[in-house]
Write a protein that binds this ligand. Structure first.
Ligand SMILES: [Fe+2]
Ligand SMILES: [Fe+2]
Length: 351
């Protein structure tokens, strides 16, 4: 609510103004002299002050100067009966926003004074909105910076995690490259979903999809023989953990859905939700293929790496069961485009 302070040594004047503004539902404070006015300003920080120029002891101009020193956001309208042009000019120079003349009629209060009050209100509101825009802008910038830092921290964590597991060293980096290959091939095939943002998001999610393995004990991750059901259930927690860890990232919902779903299978036999077909996000279906290919072609604690040819045969066999057939085909096509320069880096890794 707008708070108005009326400063006047003539009580009929302050009384009339008080009644008028109270009837308009403003909160009204009254001070009879300069000293009282400054105490009230210090205590209540009113939005608007009606300040008489001619008062005993401390005159209106001195009070104005003090108010401006205390808080520049408080708007001051000078009230004057005999104000010369010089005094009015001096008040404006000191920061008064307007002035009104005594004596006033009710009509003058209704029209001229209310108009001045409304102008001030409008300006306050506008400044507040401008301020908010700026604040939102700053927060967004900060959020972006925090997200970037957060991503970098997560990357270090993922690398540290892979260092902990001797068999998955470089896994997320390779999954990232394979996923990119697949997505670019799908883009060439005019898949409309593949935008630049899609590629950027896929990069983040590929790199961080297994971050939740941080919650899986070392003994299980590095176990040299087959896992028991209980141990496998521990492993199955990692997509949920990945999603939970990534929650602070910007655009969280998409990232969460993707990392959470990277072990789903299109036939509904995957985990954690047994999602099927298109209810699994496309980027998760891409990561699933890239992930399986890397798992098959890397040594595991309980078996040696498969050849790439054998891994592709496995992917082929599991089309429409574990994997999205379009994604497998795209991977195979991309793999066969060995001379594609834009994928040189990935190809060096694959071949
Ligand atoms: Fe995983
Ligand atoms: Fe993985």
């Amino acid at each position: 609510m707008l708070e108005i302070l009326i400063v006047d040594d003539e009580q009929e004047i302050s009384g009339a103004l008080k009644d008028f503004f109270t009837a308009k539902s403003y909160k009204v404070l009254v001070a009879n002299n300069g000293e009282e006015a400054l105490n009230t300003v210090r205590k209540h920080r009113p939005h608007l002050v009606f300040l008489d120029i001619r008062m005993p002891k401390m005159d209106g101009l001195s009070v104005l100067r003090n108010i401006r020193e205390l808080d520049k956001s408080i708007k001051v309208i000078m009230v004057t009966a005999f104000g010369t042009r010089e005094i009015v000019n001096e008040a404006m120079r000191l920061g008064a926003v307007d002035f009104i003349r005594k004596p006033f009629t009710l009509e003058y209060l209704e029209h001229d004074v209310m108009e001045k009050v409304n102008v001030q209100l409008f300006e306050d509101l506008r400044n507040e909105i401008d301020g908010k825009d700026e604040l939102i802008d700053q927060l967004q910038k900060l959020n972006k910076r925090v997200s970037r830092n957060f991503y970098q921290t997560m990357l270090s964590l993922a690398t540290a995690l892979e260092g902990r597991d001797q068999y998955t060293h470089g896994h997320s980096e390779r999954v990232d490259l394979y996923s990119k290959l697949i997505a670019e091939e799908l883009k060439d095939k005019k898949t409309t979903a593949i935008t630049n943002k899609f590629l950027d998001d896929l990069h983040i999610e590929s790199r961080l999809h297994d971050i939740g393995k941080i919650a899986v004990p070392d003994g299980i991750l590095n176990k040299p023989n087959r896992l028991t059901n209980e141990e496998f259930n521990e492993i199955r927690r990692h997509p949920g953990e990945s999603a939970r860890i990534l929650a602070p990232l910007e655009g969280i919902k998409d990232h969460i859905d993707v990392v959470y779903s990277h072990h789903e299978r299109v036939d509904g036999t995957g985990y954690p939700e047994r999602k099927t077909k298109e209810s699994i996000p496309l980027r998760a279906r891409i990561i699933a293929v890239a992930d399986a290919f890397d798992a098959m072609t890397s040594d595991r604690p309980y078996r040696k790496a498969m050849t790439r040819k054998a891994a592709f045969t496995e992917l082929e066999k599991n089309k429409d069961k574990q994997f999205d057939a379009t994604v497998v085909d795209a991977f195979f096509n991309a793999y066969n485009k060995k001379k594609d320069k834009s994928n040189k880096e990935a190809m060096e890794l694959i071949l």
